[in-house]
Write a protein that binds this ligand. Structure first.
Ligand SMILES: Nc1ncnc2c1ncn2[C@@H]1O[C@H](COP(=O)(O)OP(=O)(O)OP(=O)(O)O)[C@@H](O)[C@H]1O
Ligand SMILES: [Mg+2]
Length: 307
């Protein structure tokens, strides 16, 4: 079966800056693909090209096996976008926003009314039906934003940082809604800076660097690229001595945001780690399983490797 989205060889320059340099990514039908990468690496540029808000200098995108260039405007009816900047009208009520975007997509009135009622219900917006959107909290605005992107029942959903700037409770609710979409078979391409979010929601993750995909795989596949089975984070009053001790044990050392980390070649208990480090200079130690954040930091090279 052809992929839902086939993005091949995208190039994009803004002035003299080459943002996309042969970016390719295929998203299978029904999968949630996470696109990760540092600020400014070009994630939103890719999504905007897929949604035809930007034109690539070269390369092509196919939706369900058909080139976007040939589908033209009809592709917009098949793709839903929840952009990084909230596109809602603050002076309108939630349902009025849904109707507005439903009209833009040309939904016939009866179908639109039914769809708006269904989304108000499934997104729990009922209690806020009489509240102007500008007065809703950030979390509820983001929920409505997600509902708006679904008003025309798109085959592919594009989410650009869907939970940025919302609190923990609102994020969990949005995760639940996105999981519901995933479980009902919606194809999703999403960006995020929250590694725990990508780990929880995405079937596969692509890590972007230098304008293209630098690593692609399921979360376990990316975790397997970390040269360690567990991560020890520690504080030491004499980091030189601690580094020497850890390295003599064969542990790979990293400096992360001023903190020392070691990658353990095999899983050890906290007691075994403390005994192995054995020194009065070590004041705090924690041992954790390798996470997507560790894999990401290894891949984008933000960690200083201590040789
Ligand atoms: N319309 C534009 N005109 C000029 N430069 C642009 C334009 N859009 C994006 N850029 C630049 O292209 C680069 C990539 O931007 P983009 O928004 O795609 O990054 P991003 O990966 O989404 O970043 P973030 O994680 O901060 O959202 C940035 O340097 C940005 O300043
Ligand atoms: Mg962006």
């Amino acid at each position: 079966m052809t992929a839902a989205l086939e993005i091949d060889g995208l190039h994009k320059c803004f002035a003299a800056r080459q943002v996309l340099d042969g970016f390719s990514l295929h998203v299978k039908r029904g999968e949630v693909m996470g696109l990760l990468g540092p600020n400014g690496c070009g994630k939103s540029t890719v999504l905007n090209i897929v949604c035809q808000l930007l034109q690539a200098d070269a390369g092509q995108v196919q939706l369900m096996g058909q080139p976007l260039a040939r589908l033209g405007a009809s592709a917009r009816a098949r793709i839903g976008l929840c952009a990084q900047d909230c596109a809602l009208y603050p002076d309108l009520l939630p349902a009025e926003n849904l109707h507005f975007f439903g009209r833009l997509h040309g939904l016939p009135a009866a179908q639109r009314h039914a769809r708006v009622a269904e989304l108000m219900e499934s997104f729990g917006l009922g209690p806020y039906a009489a509240t102007r959107v500008g007065r809703l909290s950030g979390g509820w605005q983001q929920r409505l934003h997600l509902a708006v992107s679904l008003v025309h029942r798109p085959e592919v959903l594009i989410l650009d940082e869907p939970t940025a700037a919302v609190d923990v409770a609102a994020r969990l609710e949005l995760w639940r809604l996105i999981e519901g979409l995933r479980d009902s078979g919606t194809t999703i391409l999403m960006t995020s800076h929250q590694l725990a979010e990508a780990e929880r929601l995405c079937n596969r993750v692509a890590v972007m660097q230098s304008g293209r995909v630098a690593a692609l795989g399921t979360v376990p596949e990316l975790l397997a690229r970390v040269p360690g089975q567990a991560v020890v984070t520690l504080q030491s009053r004499d980091s030189g001595a601690t580094i020497q001790r850890a390295q003599s044990l064969g542990w790979a050392m990293r400096q992360r945001a001023g903190q020392l980390s070691c990658l353990l070649p095999r899983q050890l208990s906290l007691r075994e780690v403390v005994e192995a480090l054995d020194g009065p200079e070590v004041s705090a130690v924690s041992v954790q399983a390798v996470t997507l954040e560790d894999a990401y930091l290894e891949l984008v090279g933000d960690d200083a490797v201590i040789e």
